[in-house]
Design a protein. Structure first.
Length: 285
């Protein structure tokens, strides 16, 4: 692994700024590729050049993915000390407080390729929706899962299982599962990803990626949103800290994000009427 040259940092503030930016970009690229050990090293190199809350957060994230929960908490605490209003650090410290009791200082590292494709986190009218998971595993297993992780949806009888990092992390709430199970049985395909986690709460986003011709006119996620409401959630934000997906990805000022997430009709308001065929509003996939 190579780092940007740092010799010029002592003689030129502009050069120091440039090197810091290069290191930050390198750390983000390594995280995008799931190279968590390299990402940790790069963020440490960046912190040698001066304290920075975002670098502390990125280092904590990399350590968490490597299963180093105790060290991750220390660096989130360092970030919070540098920036007492840092929501990322505060939120993760709260979660780690519970997980450390159940899972201990160290746990299993995340599996390679466990991150969901960024395109999942792009809202599209009628094709994306949200669900909470029930029947969660113990906290030690949940410690291996983070926002941004890929989720496989697997039908088992009248339940829709959610699997991430090779283990079952819960069951999709019944009102959402009932509709999707019918569509999956008729050939639809879906991808999913974790958007937020708490000690006893996991929320996922589900995206329709293929609509079987038999399901023409049947909307996976009835919504009141207009097509003009759609905006992408960009890679930079996702990699900066997956926990920013929590609370509907609100208040992010650095990148574009999903908006109007609550426009998706909640499960309790979604009935079999969702399967009534539409004429002009649904396009065949």
């Amino acid at each position: 692994m190579t780092f940007p040259e740092t010799d010029a940092t002592a003689s030129s503030p502009a050069a120091a700024t440039r090197v810091k930016r290069q290191l930050a970009e390198q750390a983000i690229a390594q995280a995008a590729a799931g190279q968590w050990s390299d990402a940790a090293d790069t963020n440490r190199k960046l912190l040698e050049m001066g304290a920075e809350a975002e670098a502390e957060n990125r280092l904590a994230k990399a350590l968490w993915e490597l299963g180093e929960l105790g060290s991750a908490r220390e660096h989130y605490q360092a970030a919070l000390a540098l920036d007492p209003t840092n929501r990322i650090a505060e939120r993760n410290i709260d979660r780690l407080r519970t997980l450390l009791v159940a899972a201990g200082e160290k746990t299993v590292a995340a599996q390679e390729g466990s991150k969901a494709p960024v395109r999942i986190f792009v809202e599209e009218t009628g094709k994306t929706g949200f669900a909470h998971l029930i029947e969660l595993p113990d906290a030690k297993k949940l410690a291996q899962v983070n926002p941004g992780d890929s989720v496989e949806l697997s039908p088992e009888g009248n339940k829709l299982m959610a699997i991430s990092n090779g283990m079952r992390i819960g069951v999709v709430e019944p009102r959402v599962a009932a509709r999707l199970l019918k569509l999956i049985a008729d050939g639809n395909k879906y991808l999913a990803g974790v958007t937020s986690l708490g000690a006893q709460d996991v929320r996922i986003i589900i995206r329709e990626v293929y609509q079987d011709p038999r399901n023409y006119g049947k909307v996976s996620f009835p919504t009141a949103a207009k097509s003009t409401d759609l905006r992408p959630y960009t890679k930079g934000t996702l990699l900066r800290e997956d926990e920013e997906l929590d609370e509907d990805l609100e208040d992010d000022v650095e990148d574009e994000e999903i908006t109007d997430l609550e426009s998706v009709i909640p499960p309790e308001d979604t009935t079999d009427e969702a399967f009534v065929e539409e004429t002009d509003e649904v396009e065949e996939t």
